[in-house]
Unconditional design. Sequence first.
Lengths: 561, 360
Amino acid sequence: MNRKNGWKLPLAAVALAVGLALIASACGGGGKKAATTTASTTTSSAGASKSFADFRIAYDTGIDFLDPGLSYTVQGWAIMWNVYLPLLGYKHVNGPDGATLVPYLAQSMPTVTSDGKTYTLTLRKGVKYSNGQPVKASDFKATIERDYKIDSPGVGFFGGIVGASDFAKTQKGNISGIVTNDSTGQITIHLTSPQGDFENILAMEFAAPLPASTPAKDQSTTPAPSTGPYMIQSYSPNKQAIVVRNPYFDASMYGGNVPAGNPDKMTIDIFGDASVALTRTLNGQEDYDFYQPPNDRLGELESKYANQIKLYTPANTFYFFMNTREPPFNNVKVRQAVNYAINRKALVRIYGGLATPTENVLPPTYPSYAKITMYPYNLAKAKQLVAASGTKGATVTIWGSNNESRRSPEATAYLQQVLKSLGYNAQLKIINAAVYWTTIGNQSTKAQIGFADWFQDYPHPLDWFDVLLNGERITQTHNNNYANFNDAAINSKIDTLKKEPELTNSVNNQWAQLDTEVMKQAPWAPYINQQGIDTFNSDIDLSCYVFNVNYQFDFSTICKK
Amino acid sequence: MAERATETEFTLDAPAQSAAEEHGPAIQGRSPWYLAWRRLRKNYFAFFFLLLFLLIVVACALAPLYASHVAHTGPNENHILETVRVNGVPTDVVSPGGVINGKLTPSLPIGPTWFGAGGRFVLGADGPNGRDEAVRLLYGGRNSLIVGIGSSIFCVFFSVVLALLAGYFRGTTDFVITRFFDVMFAFPVVLLGIALGTALSISGFQHFGISIQAGSLWIPTIVISYVLIPYVGRPLRGQVLSLREKEFVEAAIAQGASPLRVMFSELLPNIASSVLVFFTLIIANNIVLEAALSFLGAGVQPPNPSWGTLISNGRDFIVTRPWLSLAPGIAIVLTVLSLNIFGDGLRDALDPRAKVKVEL
């Protein structure tokens, strides 16, 4: 052996051993019991404040925007619910009562004319933004108009306001159907036709007033002044958001409808790894894990941390959209074939068993839900349909996001295999969750098929059919109807049911029938309704845990032991 | 006794004549390449690691054979609801999980069967999709090696061309090429790789008449070769600049040799040893860079495996199934280590200071 190289073998062996030891030590061991947090806490006693210094949240990468005009994700709204208050909102309580609408910035619930076309509200007096500026009635009008200027995904909700469609086309002038009076604080909204969910629409973040001077561009990283108990102090995309108390918020003005909140500050750390987020939470470095825990850690949670977790069932549906404008999915036989070919039991297992299989648009928590069983797993039938369509061999690109909480990479990898088994040349395209929805919602992307999920904005079938499946609400960008489903009869039925002021049994039955009619045309392949787990560290007092049916876990009401 | 050549009659043939007169062995000239090979073949340490590298390459190249004849599955085939008999016991490839009998139960992929299932799932399944980890490890190695070696070839080729042009022509050509290197140096390699890889992974490359689809291995290959060009090109340029001043180059130019001939017949052979060493070492570097980009989602695109994507996918099960990330990690370590050690040995063997000298 060359003397020059004589030292290299032992050195290489030592280096290899050290490297392996480092890898092994990084992987070894489960989480320790939660350590004492470093944040100072206020000692709680009977009747005393439950406020505490810092609520640290381990978040996933799904925040699209922190601009109330643009954000349309659970991740964004969970933060902004307590930051930007609309005129109306929901009670911060558990259970079905959490779907009850209450006045937020409005003094009281709107008065509605007998024809259902005019809503009148009055702004609470003395409400200020987080920069001290008073909130004016005209700010509401300016906010809705801003939504149109920034191509908000929420503009479809305001299409029924008189003058909105003209404003949408020209973006000149103003929306004539919104009349405001800054001196009295009165806001009057005229609709072209009655709309059964309009009060719910007024409770959406898209309708949360911002100062009229707010620029008509994304304000995520230069947060707009807020009206809620909190304000966004800073936001670095994919890194961190800091939310602090709004110094100009006065909870006493809201009669208990908007609590002051317990944390003085919320530090939202964004992680790209569910296991890291969970481990940090269980170790006490974070207080709450927004991620769904990895499948393999459920046993650990059950055996060691059972009193630190909350299992919940939000109203959601996970589905594969199929773009009815793009071949081969412009052929109904192909869409039905996909529905027959996916084994929903396999997909439930991908989600760790924390899911129930579905073929419906609506989730089973809805009174208007009637279980659909049109597409039992049948690969042979699926292949027959593909053969009949004459599209075998077509190239198909499946879109998915890298969001681990939603298991999108795994679900779309499964779908790719299914499409290959049907004879398609299926390619997979996984992109960052933060840009996924805007990418597939852009018509120029021409996304053929892909992953999608929907968590209700408010408990009404309109929030599903009108937003996601009404052809009249297809837009060029920020489109929510990813299937570009546009059936005149179904559009007409949706528009008719939209005018119903209440969800009576008869109306619910009609929505259930519509669910079946839509699924006959199969613009979607719905596959599961997911259950979720909220995980906390041991310092958190879960008696304060509030799960709202729309906004899920309420960050503001949680408290520490 | 034959008359010896006097000092004034000394020629280069003198030693050979003396050896013939004394009936000694004939002196044979040896090229630098032969001498380098002689030094290299005595370096058993370097050869061992070359053998290890070749073993890894062969194993990965035989991935399709393993997949079809041993594991009986492809790298992307899902087996979510299937069961296999492990030592006669039926076992779920992916166990059902969720709330079972009122308790939260984990859903786990099958662990290593170590040929207890007839060759299926030797290293277990990779996660909720129930794909064979051993098959994906081998296919992942193929992709990582293809990208690593392919990008090295492109990188070295373009680096050599740019270095020759810059070093030979000097002046404006050198200025432009060197500034290009400077601009590329200003970007951190990994960040530039992520930016380019992410952008091209969405829409592919559709320019200059070239069409490369988004999921193609060409994307990470081109990205990695592009970002590393200055790291090879710059040192080679320095060598070419130095050689450019040598008399043999001047002589070639004086004889009317064209620039192309001078570059490829005079300059290139003299930097060939450096090129060879660079090539070997940069393969190792590129394999690591590919793993990093794939881990971050900017390299090989899912569901195609590479060692980097396997490490990334294994993170979800790092607590209960650490081998899903460890196995590809160890594969990377062994591959890079073997290339680096062989590259070191090659560099030692090609040391120019050990060239044959005429002794008087």
